[in-house]
Design a protein. Structure first.
Length: 365
């Protein structure tokens, strides 16, 4: 994992921000599989001033590792989780009067609850769809001496679909309330844009803060190639060649014998599989870099091993480094390529890497 890339990506995002907007680095789901605490520190070094997570436990994890930045817990919380979030000095999100009324009094071990109201402008998940309820929630929180009204937020559903009409409709719906509520509640922090929204509309969508997840890790929020956006992938996924075997025409490999050699060839065995998050759907549907060359993955991905076709003559030997995501020589494999093969998104690929995969964090650049 290249933490220097995370830091540089945050600097790049800061360059895009307009009118003094702040950068909130989203490090939920263990930093999208990259390592939450390590990436949080790198993001803060790169200019992020906030962190965001989905759960109270994720906030507690960051605090336990000495991270004292402002943290926003964006997800739904049980009463027990609310206490945990407040104990960790994190901001929470509200969209119902019942949740606000149940927020605890300030007491030993808890901070004054700082609350962000969530307006569902078209995502259709958490948040209230009623602008009048947004107004009333803001008033209720602002008038309650137990609480602090900190922010107003929404979340875009289609910012990564360039040219669609839903994103601008959500933005208009949100903006319609912003000036009114800022006038009624000076100092209210307005935030809406995810990574895609940050790139897509710098004029209207940045407000006072953007919440970037995939982009800080150097993943393209539009699912293509991060380099034209000035982003550098932070994650490389590597294994090694554990064995090289000679195959004759007709020899098969792996469960179900889904691949058979069409001619004499050599096959390399790599000790990585779906137990590590390298999905079974990549069976006969991926490539691996070894000795600066691309080799097709052949046969069924098993829990602990995959196999690659090295060709009839090979200089590959056991111990050679193998790259499943990343660069080797002049070749590269992006998480976006793997996602396309799977029919999914780049950050499902990285989030899916299991705890069995050893994470290493050299500082590069």
């Amino acid at each position: 994992m290249d933490l220097g890339a995370v830091e540089r990506n945050c600097r790049r995002l800061r360059e895009l921000l307009t009118d003094g907007a702040e950068l909130c680095a989203v490090v939920k789901a263990d930093g999208y599989g990259h390592g939450a605490a390590q990436c949080a520190r790198a993001a803060l070094a790169g200019g992020a001033s906030w962190l965001a997570v989905a759960t109270a436990a994720e906030a507690a994890w960051l605090r336990l590792r000495g991270i004292d930045a402002r943290i926003l817990v964006m997800g739904a919380l049980t009463p027990t989780e609310v206490h945990m979030a407040l104990r960790e000095d994190a901001d929470v999100v509200a969209w119902t009067h019942e949740f606000v009324a149940a927020l605890p009094d300030r007491r030993a071990g808890l901070t004054l609850p700082r609350v962000h109201v969530k307006y569902d402008t078209g995502m259709g998940r958490l948040g209230t769809r009623d602008p009048d309820e947004v107004r009333e929630l803001c008033r209720q929180i602002a008038e309650d001496p137990r609480l602090e009204l900190s922010g107003l937020m929404t979340h875009f559903a289609t910012a990564d679909e360039r040219g669609d009409e839903h994103f601008p409709a959500q933005l208009r719906r949100f903006t319609d309330l912003v000036d009114e509520l800022r006038a009624a509640h000076p100092g209210l922090l307005i935030h809406a844009a995810n990574s895609a929204g940050t790139f897509r509309d710098a004029t209207a969508a940045h407000f006072h803060m953007v919440r970037c997840g995939v982009a800080i890790y150097g993943l393209d929020p539009f699912g293509a190639d991060p380099e034209p956006l000035g982003l550098t992938p932070a994650l490389s996924l590597e294994s090694y060649v554990a064995a090289v075997k000679r195959f004759e025409k007709g020899d098969g490999v792996g469960y179900g014998q889904t691949w058979r050699a069409g001619a004499p060839t050599c096959v390399g065995v790599l000790p990585i599989g779906y137990g590590d998050g390298w999905r079974r759907s990549l069976s006969n549907n991926a490539r691996v870099l070894v000795r600066d060359r691309s080799h097709p993955l052949v046969g069924t991905v098993s829990m602990d091993n995959i196999t690659i076709d090295l060709g009839p003559e090979t200089d590959v030997v056991p111990g050679d480094r193998a790259v499943l995501i990343g660069r080797q020589g002049g070749e590269r494999i992006l998480a976006e390529e793997v996602a396309a093969r799977l029919g999914t998104i780049n950050y499902e690929v990285t989030c899916g890497l299991t705890g069995r995969v050893l994470r290493a964090y050299p500082r590069e650049g």
